[in-house]
Design a protein around this ligand. Sequence first.
Ligand SMILES: Nc1ncnc2c1ncn2[C@@H]1O[C@H](COP(=O)(O)OP(=O)(O)OP(=O)(O)O)[C@@H](O)[C@H]1O
Ligand SMILES: Nc1ncnc2c1ncn2[C@@H]1O[C@H](COP(=O)(O)OP(=O)(O)OP(=O)(O)O)[C@@H](O)[C@H]1O
Ligand SMILES: [Mg+2]
Ligand SMILES: [Mg+2]
Lengths: 258, 258
Amino acid sequence: MGKTFAIVSQKGGSGKTTTTLNLGAAFAVRKLRTLIIDLDPQGGSAFGLGFKPSDYEYGVADLLQDKVGIRDLLLSTESPYLRFIPAGNFNNVAEIDRFHNLGKRLSLLRRAVMGIRDLCDIILFDTPPGENSLSVSAMNCADSVVIPLQCEPLALRTLPQILRLVREVKSKVNPALGIEGVLLTMYDVRYGFTEQVTEQVWRNFPRELVFETIIPRREDFSKAFIQGHPAVFENPLSPASLAYLQLADEIIAKLARE
Amino acid sequence: MGKTFAIVSQKGGSGKTTTTLNLGAAFAVRKLRTLIIDLDPQGGSAFGLGFKPSDYEYGVADLLQDKVGIRDLLLSTESPYLRFIPAGNFNNVAEIDRFHNLGKRLSLLRRAVMGIRDLCDIILFDTPPGENSLSVSAMNCADSVVIPLQCEPLALRTLPQILRLVREVKSKVNPALGIEGVLLTMYDVRYGFTEQVTEQVWRNFPRELVFETIIPRREDFSKAFIQGHPAVFENPLSPASLAYLQLADEIIAKLARE
Ligand SMILES: Nc1ncnc2c1ncn2[C@@H]1O[C@H](COP(=O)(O)OP(=O)(O)OP(=O)(O)O)[C@@H](O)[C@H]1O
Ligand SMILES: Nc1ncnc2c1ncn2[C@@H]1O[C@H](COP(=O)(O)OP(=O)(O)OP(=O)(O)O)[C@@H](O)[C@H]1O
Ligand SMILES: [Mg+2]
Ligand SMILES: [Mg+2]
């Protein structure tokens, strides 16, 4: 019932939006009722699903200002098993306000999300880069986090920062928060450092905290933002899609064991 | 005297830190007294210059809390023409506090930076991804912005967001702020969409707002974070380094014309 994951990373460009879209699409292919909620003001998830800002009026930004209920935000996608809630326009949620009422916002969003968990099997939050109140809000609603990690040396060096933030949210805000796994992504066989980064992650982290599935660097993922369809929907048999379908299966198998 | 650039982008992973480090190193190779100031709490610039957190005690975070003067923060690097000011530890600058005294912080940082402009020819700010007070602070100190743009479809779609923020900062905070240029980066000949993105940028933006120099996707840039030397210092004759040296020359030529 509404198992909720927050896709988080303080590092920019690590594949949070791409993972949210394709993992969401993969769960939909497996016929799980899936909801993607975009908490990143950039709105990359909407682009990836083919929505233009003129296709919807409200988003999470309006929910956080108490203007609209969460059920009014649900949008259908090309799959009957996937629905979407856009971020909306955060420009009028002043930066100071966004942070100032953090406590109030946290409980508002969590109450709203709890109210719709019965509608879905899986909920995925896309979040902005950095350590900010929107990422904390998503983690406050989530059962666990998925942490995409580019196979790049700099990404590895800054990984401890997101792990510290997750621990802090767990101890101060949401004691039930777990780590579903670190997801190695943009694995590029051309570069020697890719193998070094992967080996360091396997060596330094407990096995159960790192997904066995590794996402390769593939052109399909980038092209998907031109077409407005996640790679998994565009071509389900491509190596790009198979990687995220394998990830979905890995998570489903783990859920079944719990 | 202390021409100041803020390297900004709301998109994560667009190459802000890599550009700050290698453009800074390129100016140093051209014997311009250069200062890099890190305003990103992730501290990627420090890693790229080989600094470990134990190598320095204070950073910008301490300057913003009035604990230390800016001249006490200056660190030497491997080049006599390049100095560095680390971000420091932002964990104790509470999120709310960071935003709440935004007006006070803006003037504090700007006054401090103005006080050391005579020490350098060029100042570069590295900034975090997203629209946040630290990026605004950097733009408040800067003469102009450099906007790295990955040759990726999603990056192109979200480019209008940073252009809107720059316009907003210019109209509300720093009327002198200009756009030095959009820098196309991670240009990868393997992918067809790279050419599409580049053509769209050239077609839709005025020529003087887009750098002629394009940065290729090269392994050297990523490996530099293992060694702690910017690619330009590691191997000045490589295609990776030559691209940033060309960028530095393009900016120097423009400055000479002004
Ligand atoms: N496995 C992959 N192979 C190739 N390209 C990828 C892959 N995953 C993501 N990308 C591309 O890399 C870029 C960064 O990915 P994405 O935008 O999903 O990261 P993000 O963490 O959401 O970024 P931000 O920090 O800005 O929110 C995008 O242009 C995307 O198309
Ligand atoms: N031209 C390039 N070729 C290949 N890799 C690159 C290039 N520029 C940057 N990179 C790599 O891409 C990743 C993102 O670059 P970088 O960290 O500089 O971006 P950023 O905008 O500073 O990210 P953030 O939003 O997290 O601050 C890094 O792992 C870096 O090593
Ligand atoms: Mg994203
Ligand atoms: Mg950076």
